[in-house]
Design a protein around this ligand. Structure first.
Ligand SMILES: C[C@@H](N)C(=O)N[C@H](C)C(=O)O
Ligand SMILES: [Zn+2]
Length: 251
C-alpha cells in the first residue's frame, strides 16, 4: 500500500530507522543515551542540586542532548576509558536558552542562600557572568559544549546528595563537600572559584592527575577545555546557532 504513496512510504521508513525519542529533537541533535548508554549522566539543572537550587526552565527531563558529532566523539572517549575502569559522567549538555535567562535573573536577584554560597564561597553571585563563570550566550545552547567529570567505577560512589545536610563549600576537601559520585577534581562541579580553574596550583598531585586525565581524553576527541572551569569543554567550529527547544523525556 505504502508503495503507491511515496510520502507515506518515506514516513514509514523514517519511523523504522530513527531511534525512539529522536524524532522529538531537531535535526542533528541526539539523546546521548541512544548513542552510548554506558556514559553516566547526572544532569544537575534538571533537579534542585545546583547553584540556583531548583530545576531550570527547559529541562523537562534529566537527559544529555548533544549534536550527533559530539555524541560520537563522547562515545570514542568512553571507549578509551572503560577498559581502564573509568567512565565519563555528564553534568550538563545542550542548555535551552531559557535556562540561561533564568541563571542571569537568579544572579541579579540579590538573594543569597546557604546552598548558593556553597558554589560561590568567595565571590558575589552578581559577578558570575562578568567574571566568566556563566556565559550570557552559552556554547551549551549550540549543543556543542559539555560539563562533565570522571567516575572511577571501582570506587565507592554510593554517597548521595542530601539537601538537608550542611555541607562545606565547593573548595573544601572532598570528604566535607556535597557528594558527587565522581573522582576528586579538587573542587565540586560549578564551583565559581580560582581553585576550579583547570591549572590551579593548590591541588594535590592526584587531583592534578585527574584533571589532566579528563583534559587529555577529551582533547584526543577534539574538545577544548575552558580554563576557568575544569569540567567545561566545547568543540571548536561546531556552529554558533543557539537553540530554545526544551529537553523532553526520551521515549
Ligand atoms: C555555568 C557553568 N556550568 C558553565 O557552563 N559555564 C560556562 C561559561 C557557560 O555558561 O557556558
Ligand atoms: Zn559548561
Amino acid at each position: 500500500m505504502a508503495g503507491r504513496c511515496p510520502l507515506r512510504y518515506a514516513l514509514i521508513l523514517l519511523a523504522a530507522i530513527v531511534p525512539a525519542g529522536a524524532a522529538a529533537l531537531p535535526f542533528d541533535f541526539v539523546y546521548l543515551r541512544d548513542i552510548d548508554p554506558t556514559i553516566l549522566q547526572d544532569i544537575r539543572y534538571a533537579g534542585s542540586n545546583n547553584f540556583v537550587g531548583r530545576p531550570l526552565p527547559g529541562y523537562e527531563a534529566a537527559e544529555c542532548v548533544v549534536t550527533r558529532d559530539v555524541g560520537r566523539r563522547l562515545q570514542a572517549a568512553q571507549a578509551e576509558l572503560r577498559p581502564r575502569g573509568l567512565s565519563l559522567k555528564m553534568l550538563d549538555c545542550y542548555r535551552p536558552v531559557r535556562a540561561v535567562a533564568e541563571m542571569l535573573a537568579w544572579s541579579q536577584d540579590g538573594v543569597e542562600t546557604t546552598a548558593g554560597r556553597r558554589y560561590t564561597p568567595r565571590i558575589a553571585k552578581q559577578d558570575l557572568f562578568r567574571l566568566g563563570y556563566i556565559a550570557v550566550r552559552s556554547s551549551h545552547s549550540t549543543g556543542a559544549a559539555l560539563d562533565l567529570t570522571l567516575v572511577d567505577l571501582a570506587a565507592d560512589n554510593s554517597a548521595v546528595f542530601d539537601p538537608a545536610k550542611d555541607y562545606a563549600d565547593c573548595t573544601a576537601p572532598a570528604a566535607l563537600r556535597a557528594p558527587e559520585g565522581s573522582v576528586d577534581m579538587g573542587t565540586g562541579y560549578d564551583c565559581s572559584d580560582l581553585k576550579a580553574h583547570t591549572a590551579a596550583q593548590n591541588l594535590t598531585p592526584q587531583q592534578r592527575r585527574w584533571r589532566n586525565e579528563l583534559v587529555t581524553v577529551m582533547a584526543r576527541q577534539g574538545f577544548v577545555n575552558y580554563a576557568r572551569e575544569w569540567w567545561h569543554f566545547s568543540l571548536p567550529g561546531a556552529g554558533a546557532t543557539t537553540y530554545v527547544f526544551p529537553i523532553r523525556p526520551r521515549r
